[in-house]
Design a protein around this ligand. Structure first.
Ligand SMILES: NC(=O)c1ccc[n+]([C@@H]2O[C@H](COP(=O)([O-])OP(=O)(O)OC[C@H]3O[C@@H](n4cnc5c(N)ncnc54)[C@H](O)[C@@H]3O)[C@@H](O)[C@H]2O)c1
Length: 379
């Protein structure tokens, strides 16, 4: 057994997702003695934390047992580390990915990969032409609730899928009465903000795989809270949407809906709920739990509810049958296997471009007031 070191530059390491997901899960792989490959070798992540604030980088590096860190990204890219992860603010991503590809790094980045599908596809083509491995984070399918939905789909539980519904979001405070829970760049177009760009990236792969590929979209976007307070306590104007309502038609004519808002108060099982209805059964999942109702267990709900039937009664909770591995760790393990032993890999930068495409379709449909069709994207 050989332990193979693999150098990973984490740009934006001190950001929310950089620290709580990427650094933490790669450190967990390290703590387990690296990732076991098929031939018995172990791939040991060796992190180089990159960012703009030396003090915060040093503190994070120290808190993780003395990791390497730098504020000089050019030097990091010129160095020998093999993988580049960008989890800094969305707006700068395409340029950073171009630089990393030019430096010969394998690319594994946060979503969204760019602001337009054309630019996202350009990145995918550049990576393919350079012969580097490339991937985008698609973590939500690994959350236990949505993994159970995937399991149901694979098992044929739904029969013929007749519709899919996504109901998501929560109230993000505007900073007046309570501090905002999302960074202010999320509400500025120039920095890559906007709910559609942020969240359609997830809904695209969720719908494509849990139900069927997206074919067309009709959408409305809106901004519920046009003025907010930033991290420094300054008021600013929001120039992006915080709410999306979309109708979709999926392959095979399946209808789907997305209702997603940062200005909605939650009275449902979770902040993200996905329901799939099929001829043989329905299921509804939040991030952790998933409930099913099969055709044979379906009560007559209309008269039943009027007569006092508890409509929750005939739903069965799915058991925990899948290993509880954190979603971002699963994303990293798949990508590391792809780099380390050429294992098959689905969420490439082409998938990243499909995710951006759904956001773009939402914006175009809203601007033009009509249905818009998803062009097929491939290298
Ligand atoms: N996969 C997911 O579920 C998920 C969840 C949240 C965020 N994200 C993505 O992760 C990225 C970071 O989001 P976050 O919530 O951690 O944000 P964040 O603001 O907490 O972190 C962003 C980091 O980038 C740095 N940064 C900001 N502007 C920069 C600039 N102009 N140049 C260089 N660095 C800059 C910040 O200092 C910070 O360290 C975004 O692209 C977001 O879409 C993904």
């Amino acid at each position: 057994m050989t332990v193979r070191r693999i150098g990973i530059i984490i740009n934006g390491a001190t950001g929310r997702i950089g620290t709580t997901q990427h650094v933490r899960n790669l450190m967990a792989i390290r703590a387990d003695g690296g990732l076991a490959l098929g031939n018995g070798d172990r791939l040991m992540p060796d992190l180089l934390l990159a960012g703009r604030d030396a003090g915060r980088l040093e503190a994070l590096a120290t808190a993780n047992g003395g990791l390497r860190w730098t504020t000089d990204l050019a030097a990091a890219l010129a160095g020998p580390d093999e993988i580049f992860m960008d989890c800094s603010a969305t707006g700068g991503r395409p340029e950073l990915v171009r630089r990393a590809i030019a430096a010969g790094k394998h690319i594994h980045v946060e979503k969204p990969t760019a602001a337009t599908a054309a630019e996202a596809m350009e990145l995918a083509r550049l990576a393919a032409a350079a012969g580097v491995k490339h991937g985008v984070i698609q973590d939500k399918l690994f959350l236990p609730g949505f993994a159970k939905l995937m399991f149901l789909k694979k098992s044929g539980f739904f029969g013929r899928i007749v519709s899919a519904h996504i109901d998501a979001g929560s109230w993000i405070f505007d900073g007046e009465l309570q501090t905002g829970q999302r960074p202010s760049w999320n509400y500025r177009k120039a920095d890559g903000g906007g709910l559609a760009l942020d969240m359609m990236a997830h809904w695209r792969y969720m719908i494509d795989r849990l139900a069927a590929p997206v074919e067309r979209v009709a959408a409305q976007i809106s901004t519920a809270l046009p003025r907010r307070i930033d991290e420094a306590g300054r008021a600013y104007d929001v120039d992006v949407e915080d709410t999306v309502h979309a109708l979709l038609t999926l392959e095979g004519g399946i209808p789907a809906t997305i209702s997603n808002s940062w200005a909605t108060r939650v009275r449902r099982d979770d902040t993200m709920c996905v329901q799939i209805d099929g001829t043989l059964g329905s299921a509804i999942a939040g991030r952790n739990r998933c409930f099913t109702q099969s055709a044979a267990n379906t009560p007559e709900a209309f008269a039943g509810a009027a007569a006092g039937l508890d409509l929750y009664r005939d739903w069965a909770e799915m058991p925990e049958t899948l290993p509880a591995v954190p979603p971002f760790r699963q994303c990293w393990e798949l990508f590391l296997r792809h780099v380390g032993e050429d294992a098959p890999y689905l969420p490439t930068l082409v998938e990243g471009a499909k995710a951006v495409q759904l956001a773009e379709l939402v914006y175009r449909s809203h601007a033009e007031g009509r249905w818009v069709t998803a062009e097929r994207l491939s290298l």
